[in-house]
Design a binder for this molecule. Sequence first.
Ligand SMILES: [Zn+2]
Length: 240
Amino acid sequence: MKMRLSCIECDLPTILETEISEKNVYELTCDNGHKKNYIVQIQKFELLYELAAYALLDGYTREAVSGFAVAVERLHEYCMQILLIKNSVSKENRDKTFKMVSRMSERQLGAFYYLYLSEFKEPPEQIPGTRMKFRNNVTHNGEIPTYEKTLEYAEYIFNYLIRLLKKIRSIENIDQYELQYYGDYQMPTRVKEETLKGNPPTGMGVITMIGTSYGNWDYSDKNFKDQFEQLKNRERWLYN
Ligand SMILES: [Zn+2]
């Protein structure tokens, strides 16, 4: 998948095309030689959900299901980081510990459950077994789900993500923890150094179904059916 960015240093806007990745920062040079860092304002789980939604629109239902499922895992990771930042755990120790479970999604889920419990003093929402079975049949047993079934799963996952994001945003001073997360994981040292030297990155906003960087702060405006209709109708910022 590719996306387009435009060079703001050129007299006439020059289009830059790049392959997307899970990173937030892209170092690109336009045809006129302007080398610049571009920060795309998007969270990993948000990008994964968006890619899965595109896959669904294009009829790739299996790919969509595994994309939605992995978006949930990455949101859990994000929540764990935010809760650990809130508890003043250093980046070094957070990363060291995450490495111990990075290849085992079940262990990550267990860690997320307990961090959630410790923060909110109540058990987290559990994704029902029937949903897990559906996902496993598709991702591991080669089931090719129908569009309708996948759409229903997409809606369930969307609402699950939004409920969890709402809960996280309800934490006092959450903006400070989000800012620290941004500095730790989305703003590479190289970009920080260049910013200090007077070459700050260009920020690029994108519109997504989850929309972490715009819309209502508490996600109260996020409704699956509206968002999915909008996705169908707006020009794609991700394309082949
Ligand atoms: Zn340029």
